[in-house]
Design a protein around this ligand. Structure first.
Ligand SMILES: [Zn+2]
Length: 198
């Protein structure tokens, strides 16, 4: 076999989550022993471990695993990075896109590493504001670039399917450091992430 992806779950976490989810199913008035729900606590236990795998990831290690000396000093932009996270207030998903830019200062990182840093912080219980800053800080600390900018646009299920039930609202958060504090640099970034190339 050439390639095989293996999923590994922590047995102790799976067991304690299964017990807790069985209680949740009972508490809402459902019968955890009916056929359709029999394996649900186990599926939920595994899904929750997957959705919170970011706690086990180290953003600095990810970025430094592909850190290359490079004289390139123009803006590097990776846009439309898919993002799936969970709001820490309701444990409901929020999802959308992250756009990241940095201006290298002697070092660049692998482009896929920026996407993995997004996963590292989004696969946790989060608020969008903190997520935005954590991504920025990780890149700033690891690469020491001339500046970093992060914009996240996301839809929150806790607003869409409960509470105010606003299905089309999109929350945008942004953070920047270094040269992105300058109006011209920031607006070049905003222009690049809004542009459609095709
Ligand atoms: Zn929420």
């Amino acid at each position: 076999m050439a390639y095989k992806k293996v999923e590994v779950y922590d047995e102790h976490s799976t067991q304690s989550l299964m017990h807790a989810y069985k209680d949740v199913i009972t508490a809402i008035g459902e019968n955890p022993d009916r056929e359709g729900l029999l394996k649900t606590p186990e599926r939920m236990a595994k899904a929750m471990q997957f959705l919170t795998q970011g706690y086990e990831m180290d953003a600095k290690a990810i970025l430094e695993s592909a850190k290359f000396k490079e004289a390139y000093s123009e803006m590097v932009v990776v846009k439309n990075i898919e993002l799936y996270s969970m709001c820490e207030h309701h444990l409901l998903p929020f999802f959308g896109k992250a756009h990241i830019a940095y201006i290298p200062n002697g070092y660049i990182t692998g482009l896929s590493k920026l996407a993995r840093v997004v996963d590292c912080f989004s696969r946790r219980l989060q608020v969008q504001e903190r997520l935005t800053h954590q991504i920025l800080d990780a890149i700033q600390d690891s690469l020491q670039p001339m500046g970093v900018a992060v914009v996240i646009e996301a839809q929150h299920l806790c607003m869409m399917m409960r509470g105010v039930q606003k299905q089309n609202s999109v929350t945008t958060t942004s953070a920047c450091s270094g040269q992105f504090a300058e109006e011209a640099t920031r607006s070049e970034f905003m222009k690049l992430i809004s542009a459609k190339l095709s």
